[in-house]
Design a protein around this ligand. Structure first.
Ligand code: SAH
Length: 259
């Protein structure tokens, strides 16, 4: 029976798709991809004769209509999404019409751009006794934020914040973070086109100057903003060690040396 796969393409580097995603692209009869960030993965891994469409300029109904139509001809049909399909990917809006049409579907996860940005800059989003929590969110733009999820409220926890879809809203981000008790000299990381060979840009700055720094680098889209008390830890002289590697710490796989 024909099946539609929602496949996470990863953040851009075609080699950051999963092995399963790559196999499905090779087997697919038809692929529709979301925007320029993932087109390279299709053209690199799709099999010969595969139908490839760009959904740019299509409505959600047109995309699901396309997917449904393709299942009449092909066993394996793919919707290729940037990063991981569970984040800001309109997954449920596409799955519902497939359910209604009685078409089977499944999801293959992908490397989110939040993790590609951390990797690009060699940053850890969690550090022992600094922060153990990561909030994946966005700033309110045209899409309203549900109650209790304003950046001002979320930032009060002083955890790591990864902001999607928000690079044009840096002044608002600064305003909200200052209101939540952050300081202008707190570090900020912006990565544009994380993992893209030859196109990735890494900008480091502070809450006070990141907007100018991004402007100077002409970064106005396709960027991940990371705000975290862990940023720059690679260069810290003092670091609390993770308990996992502490010789006093017994865990499932290892007996502590002193016991
Ligand atoms: N599902 C995707 C997110 C889609 S929303 C994921 O898991 O990454 C689109 C937003 O993701 C962009 O506005 C940007 O904030 C971020 N993004 C996607 N790819 C990116 C990349 N390669 N580098 C930096 N940010 C990226």
């Amino acid at each position: 029976m024909a099946k539609v796969w929602f496949v996470g393409a990863g953040p851009g580097d075609p080699e950051l798709i999963t092995v399963k995603g790559q196999r499905l692209l090779r087997e697919a009869g038809a692929i529709i991809y979301a925007g320029s960030l993932v087109s390279e993965a299709c053209t690199r891994w799709a099999g010969e004769g595969c139908i490839i469409a760009d959904s740019k300029g299509m409505t959600l109904e047109e995309i699901t209509g396309w997917l449904i139509a393709q299942t009449a001809q092909h066993e394996t049909v793919i919707r290729l999404q940037t990063g991981d399909p569970s984040l800001y990917g309109a997954l449920i809006e596409m799955v519902q019409p497939l359910d209604a049409a009685g078409i089977e579907s499944a999801v293959v996860p992908g490397v989110s751009s939040a993790f590609a940005a951390a990797a690009a800059a060699c940053e850890s989003l969690t550090l022992p006794e600094v922060t153990q929590t990561v909030i994946l969110t966005r700033v309110e733009g045209r899409t309203p934020m549900p109650e209790g999820e304003s950046l001002r409220e979320l930032a009060q926890h002083k955890t790591t914040l990864c902001l999607f879809l928000s690079i044009t809203l840096l002044p608002k981000i600064r305003e909200e973070l200052l209101a939540a008790g952050w300081q202008d000299d707190n570090p900020v990381l912006v990565v544009q086109k994380a993992s893209w060979p030859n196109e990735e840009k890494i900008v480091r700055g502070t809450l006070g100057n990141i907007r100018d720094a991004c402007r100077a680098e002409k970064i106005a889209s396709q960027a991940m903003i990371v705000l975290s008390p862990t940023l720059g830890a690679r260069h810290w002289a003092e670091l609390k060690r993770s308990k996992l590697y502490d010789s006093d710490f017994t865990h499932r796989f290892r007996q502590a040396e002193n016991h």
